[in-house]
Design a protein around this ligand. Structure first.
Ligand code: ADP
Ligand code: NA
Length: 332
């Protein structure tokens, strides 16, 4: 048997004080599962975070809080490499090289940039936001990544990464692995509890619809009790007709490992109140140890920084090797 496991790369921005239930069920649970079969590289992408204005003290704290939440959710340092992007200078260095083979028109076609810059206006939009996908390509290509777990919103950026890898290879000689998208088989998409047709997001409109990993258990329970449903009385899975109930069913299924059909049968003839109370309990039960472990990790900042330094060293060694090769090919 081949002992070399394929490399997977993924990251999240440290741009809030807590990850949310969508990040956990939609990404972190999958990250943890991938450790069994892959060689995962998990990154706190702080260089990406500063493409929009951040408060320095908050950013510093959020980097640690994000890393602590990865660890508390089950990212295992024996099987994964966990590090902070700005600790490994090769990311910014390779991004520069890749930016010189990226077409201006090509980068201008990125829909995420078009959406975000349209919202912010030209003067508030940074060049960093424009080149963000090139930095993402560097993140991925530095590690010989074969697979990238991506949501719909990152597909176009992964396509660009693939194009840049192929272009570099044909211009300068075979250097980068051209990565593929890894579509998780059962990745839950979680919606806002107050507005169940909108994706749960840190930039949610209302605090009440956003379930944070770091919320106190009583706060989480209250958010579920006040979740928007509909005027009917059946607990039935129908995302178009009953988005609120369907979202709660998805959340209960994902947190308990039970099937939707099984849950529909269990709640037949019972009211929404009972159902919402059970969803609240299941989520609280799942998140309580994660929150507790996160707080424990944050109580010892020196130890957390030590773990992140080890991760940075592991990542640097690999990234530097690839950067050296790329520099060499370019003629440096
Ligand atoms: P946000 O939308 O809150 O800004 P990010 O875009 O930083 O979150 O996403 C970080 C990771 O979490 C990505 O892998 C993304 O696919 C996943 N994710 C974010 N929101 C959700 C959600 N509501 N449901 C499922 N997965 C989500
Ligand atoms: Na987002």
């Amino acid at each position: 048997m081949n002992a070399i496991r394929p490399v997977v790369f993924s990251g999240m921005q440290p741009s809030s004080d807590s990850l949310h239930l969508g990040n956990y069920l939609g990404a972190l649970v999958n990250w943890v599962a991938l450790q069994d079969t892959y060689d995962p590289i998990y990154c706190v992408v702080d260089l990406h975070a500063i493409t929009v204005q951040q408060d320095p003290a908050a950013l510093h704290a959020n980097v640690r809080r994000t890393a602590a939440q990865y660890l508390a959710s089950g990212v295992d340092l024996e099987r994964s490499t966990l590090f902070v992007q700005s600790h490994v200078p090769a990311h910014a260095e390779l991004a520069w090289v890749l930016s010189t083979i990226t077409g201006f028109g090509e980068a201008s076609r990125m829909t995420q940039f078009k959406d975000k810059s349209a919202k912010q206006g030209a003067d508030a939009t940074t060049v960093g936001l424009f080149t963000y996908p090139v930095l993402m390509a560097a993140d991925i290509l530095l590690y010989g990544t074969e697979l990238v777990p991506v949501g719909d919103d990152q597909r176009q950026h992964l396509e660009l990464t693939r194009d840049l890898a192929g272009r570099f290879n044909s211009r300068f000689g075979d250097t980068f692995v051209v990565p593929e998208a890894l579509i998780p088989t059962e990745s839950a998409r979680i919606y806002d509890l107050q507005e169940p047709t909108a994706k749960m997001s840190k930039s949610a409109n209302s605090e009440a619809g956003l379930v944070k990993l770091m919320d106190e258990p009583a706060v989480t329970a209250k958010k579920f009790r006040s979740a928007v449903t509909d005027t009917g009385r059946e607990v039935r899975y129908d995302p178009a007709g009953k988005p609120g109930i369907s979202n709660l069913l998805d959340i209960l299924a994902a947190t308990t490992g039970r099937s939707i059909v099984e849950l529909e049968i269990e709640y037949e003839g019972r009211g929404y109140g009972d159902f919402k109370k059970d969803v609240a309990e299941a989520v609280v039960e799942r998140l309580t140890p994660i929150r507790a472990r996160t707080l424990e990790l944050l109580e010892d900042p020196a130890e957390l920084d030590r773990l992140l330094a080890i991760g940075a060293e592991k990542a640097s060694e690999r990234a530097e090797r690839m950067l050296r090769t790329a520099y060499d090919r370019v003629g440096f």
